[in-house]
Design a protein around this ligand. Structure first.
Ligand code: GDP
Length: 387
């Protein structure tokens, strides 16, 4: 699936940077273009892979490139005022080639939290393609203000986009870890999953096309109807001939894969990785049986992509989600030495993490943690959207 991607704020820019790097590293081809936005010029300068000409500073008249702190309402206001400048990010890009737009943002901070939904609203107004959000949720120890920003921004983001992919920093952080390093490894986790999703179905350099292709319409249909989704992924390393105890093999010494694939081994690996993907750590922890739709993508060397196993995995995900709408397909990667299974669960209805963020947000609201007077208007039991 070809996408035009936007990174809003620091986290948004970092994830975008990591996605560009992932695309280059894997020789994939799913990015039409990538644009980063911020109210803080230092954060834009810190990016490594987004081209300089695609870094847009906004709100400079008001905050002089110093950022908005954690004031997401100010960020939303500045984005609205500078909306023409934001939309200049698509100037000169072949937008018609994009199957979808994707906006990345940390929802707990200021710029991404406030401005990402504004950008989404304006893109929806102009273009026909779906606009997806990728929302990063703060860990519980980041405090009430971040939770409140995230809860309100998420609600707004879900309203104005066609779907939001959620990534929960809380589920992926480890105690005692250096924050910058932790963010790098979380970004790597997130872009590997998004990268596989987007690259599947695209013709790679090797010219290999999947037997049962996951094309962009499968992804769009899985996300149709809106809501929040989560992604699981698990992979198993494949044996080389060197692992074969039956004897000496030059191929094995060279680290090449065995050309003869045992069907049973292939089925076992694919079905096991499917269970691990769903029952292991998801980008957003949630009740799997509350997902409305699903998509299973099995990647690896073509000779390992057993159709029976993919169908069995798809049926298993159907049983787990109790959804009759689970799609499945393969993504051949001839040079890979792994079998990987990605499971996208769309329109998840129950997540304890989101409930927790919302109740922390309401407590923070009651305790008056605020960066902006207008936030006091947020109602008691229900969170207001940002606009
Ligand atoms: P903004 O620049 O004002 O939009 O604020 P940030 O993007 O820094 O948003 C703050 C939230 O994003 C917090 O929850 C941070 O933990 C998180 N965050 C910041 N940078 C990263 C990153 O590179 N990766 C991840 N996963 N989270 C980040």
């Amino acid at each position: 699936m070809k996408v035009l991607c936007f990174g809003m704020g620091q986290a948004g820019g970092n994830v975008l940077d990591a996605l560009i790097q992932y695309e280059k590293r894997t020789n994939a081809d799913f990015l039409i273009d990538a644009v980063a936005y911020n109210t803080a010029s230092a954060d834009l300068r810190g990016l490594e892979h987004v081209p300089e000409s695609n870094r847009i500073l906004f709100g400079a008249d008001e905050v002089s490139g110093h950022g908005v702190g954690a004031d997401n309402e100010l960020a939303a206001e500045l984005a609205e005022r500078d909306s023409r400048q934001l939309l200049r990010g698509t100037d000169g890009t072949p937008t018609s080639q994009a199957d979808a737009f994707m906006i990345f943002a940390g929802l707990g901070g200021g710029t991404g939290s406030g401005a990402a939904p504004v950008l989404a609203k304006h893109l929806k107004r102009i273009y026909n393609q779906p606009v997806y959000g990728v929302g990063i949720l703060p860990a519980a120890d980041e405090g009430g203000l971040y939770s409140r920003n995230a809860a309100r921004s998420l609600k707004t983001f879900v309203d104005v986009t066609d779907h939001v992919f959620a990534f929960d920093n809380g589920a992926w952080s480890q105690s005692g870890e250096d924050v910058a390093q932790a963010h790098d490894s979380m970004n790597e986790t997130l872009v590997r999953r998004l990268g596989i999703l987007l690259a599947s179905g695209e013709v790679s350099d090797s010219g290999t096309v999947a037997e049962s292709v996951v094309d962009s319409s499968e992804i769009i249909n899985t996300l149709r109807g809106g809501g929040i989704s989560t992604i699981g992924y698990a992979a198993s390393e494949l044996p080389t001939d060197a692992d074969d105890s039956s004897g000496f093999s030059i191929k094995g010494l060279l680290g090449k894969k065995s050309s003869s694939v045992d069907e049973l081994d292939s089925i076992n690996r694919i079905t096991t990785q499917t269970r691990k993907a769903v029952l292991g750590r998801l980008t957003l922890p949630c009740d799997v049986d509350s997902a409305a739709r699903g998509l299973v993508i099995v990647s690896g060397p073509p000779e390992w992509l057993n159709r029976k196993a993919i169908e069995r995995s798809r049926t298993w995900v159907e049983e787990q989600t109790q959804s009759m709408e689970v799609r499945g397909g393969d993504y051949p990667v001839p040079a890979s030495n792994h079998i990987g299974v990605l499971v996208l669960l769309g329109d998840v209805a129950r997540s304890d993490r989101i409930k927790e963020i919302q109740s922390t947000a309401i407590d923070a609201q009651r305790n008056g943690e605020s960066t902006h007077e207008a936030t006091e208007q947020v109602v008691d039991e229900r969170l207001d959207t940002l606009f």
